[in-house]
Design a protein around this ligand. Structure first.
Ligand code: ATP
Ligand code: MG
Length: 423
């Protein structure tokens, strides 16, 4: 059985679904380019310590979600559970931390051994961006503005909302940590098992708990805001002022801590109420100490990541037809070899047009069915009558407009203008 099934939580993306993925990806990449981000591609597998050092030993990801294995020479390797650690490793290795202002994006599958459910897979796909070397609040805000621009483009502005918080600087957090432990210790017996353990190892992370009784205890906990130092406070205030200047609405959520250890100062998430429990679609924050911790020069950094599966769910929930159908499909009752020759001539004349031709033949009805299934927008009908008159019938498969006869020498020109006005 197992040889005929994909691994639990790891899904095939079938030809019927890839057009939507490709559409999403083209939108995301257009926005990234507009903001001068450049693509970086790093391996899917890294030495395990690339992740344990960066993400933190006491995080969910490192404690229970990584796919870690030994290779044949006994080295411990891990399938990447997130993108930042590998990108940081790469920019250090290749000396890209200087000059400041490197802006990169990445994209691809991530792997986490989690309980598969709606919006949660074991292989999922993220887009992520990282900016190195820039410490100013305006950098944080440009990132958030970029993602707001993306929501606009995807038609998701009203489906998601922005939450921001500041985790301050490491010294602030150390002071706060003690207060949090003092508050939580009397409730220790009422916390869930994970949170009990975290009380010793990583108490801030208890804010991340999805267990209701724990959440109730946390809702009364002292908030970090009261412990934030002056520098971090000024940074956070400026972030908020700049967001206001740009007219970007947001909510300060003082319980927002983020699941990975490397964050400091500004953290942010876009959340939705349309995806059940898995409500975060995009999340990120500042990680000013990370490059030094990973063995590189100590430069500030900030990044974010978003899950494609959750975005696609939101897009599908809108139920709007997307402009997917494209290209043409040759059909008609002539030998299929003749259709193929016409298709080849058109591919040469129109290099950007998607051109199919019927490879099976048979009744016109069955050929039209295949044309429809192919996703083409237009059928090019070429039978014996058309051949003898030197014409092609052009029929729009996706609207009720009437069929047009076009002379063969004019066909390429006709289709070029048809598709430039339709797309
Ligand atoms: P969650 O709280 O939902 O577990 P997270 O804090 O672990 O999220 P990040 O590590 O910040 O998530 O990853 C950024 C984004 O990647 C998430 O907002 C989400 O859209 C997506 N994501 C994370 N884990 C998964 C998963 N297992 N399946 C699908 N998407 C995921
Ligand atoms: Mg998680």
């Amino acid at each position: 059985m197992s040889q005929r099934q994909s691994i639990r939580g790891m899904h095939d993306i079938l030809p019927s679904e890839t057009p939507l993925w490709q559409w999403l990806e083209s939108q995301v990449e257009a926005v990234l380019k507009q903001y001068q981000f450049e693509e970086i591609r790093v391996p899917i597998v890294e030495h395990t310590e690339v992740f344990t050092k960066a993400i933190g030993q006491t995080t969910d990801v490192v404690e229970k979600e990584m796919y870690t294995f030994e290779d044949r020479s006994g080295d411990s390797l891990t399938l990447r559970p997130e993108g930042t650690a590998g990108v940081v490793r790469s920019v250090i290795q290749h000396g890209l931390l200087h000059p400041p202002g490197q802006k990169v994006w990445y994209h691809g599958p991530m792997f986490r051994y989690e309980r598969p459910q709606r919006g949660r897979q074991r292989q999922f796909h993220q887009y992520g961006v990282e900016v190195f070397g820039l410490a100013e609040p305006v950098v944080d805000v440009e990132l958030m503005a970029m993602i707001e621009r993306l929501w606009q483009r995807l038609g998701l502005s009203s489906a998601v909302s922005l939450e921001v918080n500041s985790l301050g600087d490491p010294d602030d957090r150390a002071r706060y940590r003690q207060h949090l432990v003092d508050y939580l210790t009397p409730y220790a017996a009422d916390l869930d098992e994970d949170s009990k353990r975290r009380l010793q190892t990583n108490p801030l992370r208890i804010f991340d708990s999805k267990i209701e009784t724990t959440q109730a205890i946390m809702s009364e906990a002292p908030r970090f805001g009261d412990f934030m130092g002056d520098a971090a406070r000024a940074h956070f205030e400026q972030v908020q002022a700049l967001l206001n200047d740009l007219g970007i609405s947001f909510r300060v959520n003082s319980g927002l801590v983020r699941g990975l250890d490397y964050y400091c100062r500004t953290v942010f998430e876009w959340v939705t109420d349309q995806l059940g429990a898995q409500g975060t679609v995009c999340a990120g924050g500042r990680y000013d100490g990370l490059t030094a911790m990973a063995g590189g020069k100590d430069v500030p950094g900030i990044g974010l990541a978003m899950g494609e599966e959750r975005l696609l769910e939101l897009i599908k929930a809108k139920n709007e037809p997307l402009p997917m159908a494209s290209g043409v499909y040759w059909l008609g009752q002539v030998p299929v070899g003749e259709l193929l020759a016409e298709a080849e001539a058109l591919r040469l004349a129109c290099p950007h047009l998607t051109v199919g031709s019927d490879l099976v033949g048979g009744s016109l009805k069955s050929q039209f069915k295949r044309a429809d299934r192919s996703g083409a927008r237009v059928a090019l009908i070429y039978g014996e009558a058309e051949r003898s008159q030197g014409i092609v019938q052009v029929k729009d498969l996706r609207s009720d407009s009437t069929q047009q006869s076009v002379s063969k020498p004019n066909l390429a020109q006709y289709l070029s203008s048809l598709f430039s006005t339709q797309s």
